[in-house]
Design a protein around this ligand. Sequence first.
Ligand SMILES: Nc1ncnc2c1ncn2[C@@H]1O[C@H](COP(=O)(O)OP(=O)(O)OP(=O)(O)O)[C@@H](O)[C@H]1O
Length: 247
Amino acid sequence: MPPPAIRLNNLTVAYRGHPAVHHLSGEFAPGSLTAIVGPNGAGKTSLLAAIMGRIRPAEGGVSFDGDSRDRIAWLPQQAEIDRSFPIRVLDLVALGHWGRLGSFKGIAARQRDAVGAALEAVGLGGFQRRGIAELSAGQFQRVLFARMLLQDAPVILLDEPFNAIDARTTADLLAVVARWHAEARTVIAVLHDLEQVRLHFDRTLLMARRCVAWGPTAEVLHAENLFRARQMAEAWDEDAPVCKEAA
Ligand SMILES: Nc1ncnc2c1ncn2[C@@H]1O[C@H](COP(=O)(O)OP(=O)(O)OP(=O)(O)O)[C@@H](O)[C@H]1O
């Protein structure tokens, strides 16, 4: 099934009345590959949360054309994941099958094979029986990508997927992202490395709570836009209330 278009309609996300994303409008086209960039506190993670439906917008909203939100795969920032949980790589990756498995059914042989294939695809063949606490940060990120391979979702959201990940692992995981793009899935990734964005992402949304620029990466990552985003970040007031500006 093709991915839906994802539309932001005057989207405003606020925490206790203070805006983190302000009056954002635009569209992620089906099958597009978009980087979201901007200074710390620019609202990038909040935007992903609004797309996921984890935060209710203060104003405006997110609409999906032709498909529903439950077919999104989401990779949170590593810092948000508790790795002390005693679970094996096999079981964690198999959770990618969750929608098809049902809660308490065991993992069938076919699904075990699919887990093995996904682990091979991310360079971790044979890691099934390892505990997740025994993995390096880079290996763990590979495992999470393997889980997303199994999820087989038309829309994939990645929040800083290459933070603290070495160059080799990043290159391998960028190849997985390119594969998803070639398969016409919609991929949206929050990133900080602008060189990586220039090399691997067609489109970019540069934001500083508001949209600074959104379009082809080479145009968006222009020095003037980057300067404006920095200025907007320096000027914002953490305690400013949500305004009632028209869309
Ligand atoms: N759960 C929350 N409760 C209150 N305020 C929040 C919450 N999450 C984020 N914020 C605030 O919203 C603003 C945007 O945060 P967000 O994490 O979306 O930005 P970001 O662009 O992803 O930042 P970074 O690059 O540092 O990860 C910040 O001022 C932050 O303090």
